[in-house]
Design a protein around this ligand. Structure first.
Ligand SMILES: [Zn+2]
Length: 206
């Protein structure tokens, strides 16, 4: 079995506070149990207090924000965003990066995907695209066809939901702990586990 999580230096390159928890929160908890370290980089600075509380709930202590404008990341030259990411890739020297899947409804997500691809082009790093509830897979036809399923147990899932609840301003409008759990249960079917988070592997190094 692939072990993408054991003793890895993990970096998340996703657009907004909450994407890291929605996309790979349970996986981060599981990875840290297995000795991995996690650094979170978020180019859009907003709801910082909620974000600090959420990642603390996950058990993450390293977070860095940028000053890109919310929902306007496509106004910046792509190289500006990729350079921002590249600086952190050099600083943290990760072996595994979580970023966005490009067919999200949110334009900032699509920009971050492109920028992450460029920022890691010269590095031996595994790159996975996350599924964001209420954004990924909503464009038709659906092209998100996950090929990596990371199993989560009850505790991982509970921690993810607890972290998400810290995002008081985000955890509404179509998002709920029930829906997070329903998606994770559905993804768990593919891994024969109780719960799972689903990813698209963009780059794998063997
Ligand atoms: Zn987002």
């Amino acid at each position: 079995m692939l072990d993408l999580l054991r003793c890895k230096r993990i970096l998340t390159l996703m657009a907004h506070p909450d994407d890291e928890t929605l996309g790979c929160g349970g996986t981060l908890v599981r990875a840290m149990e297995k000795g991995s370290t996690v650094d979170i980089v978020i180019p859009v600075r907003r709801i910082e207090d909620e974000c600090y509380e959420a990642i603390k709930t996950l058990g993450v202590t390293s977070i860095s924000f940028g000053d890109f404008r919310d929902n306007e990341m496509d106004d910046y030259p792509l190289m500006t965003v990729s350079k921002f990411f590249e600086n952190y890739v050099e600083l943290f020297n990760p072996d595994l990066i979580f970023t966005h899947y490009p067919d999200c409804t949110n334009q900032d997500h699509r920009v971050c995907y492109e920028a992450a691809i460029i920022a890691t082009r010269k590095r031996n790093v595994e790159l996975l695209g996350c599924e964001i509830l209420s954004s990924t897979g909503y464009l038709k036809p659906v092209r998100f066809e996950p090929n990596i399923f990371i199993e989560l147990n009850e505790r991982h899932m509970k921690t993810k939901c607890e972290a998400m609840k810290k995002y008081v301003s985000e955890f509404q409008n179509g998002r709920s702990a029930e829906k997070l759990e329903a998606l994770a249960k559905y993804r768990g079917i593919f891994s024969n586990g109780q719960y799972a988070e689903a990813f698209m592997l963009f780059k794998g190094i063997v």
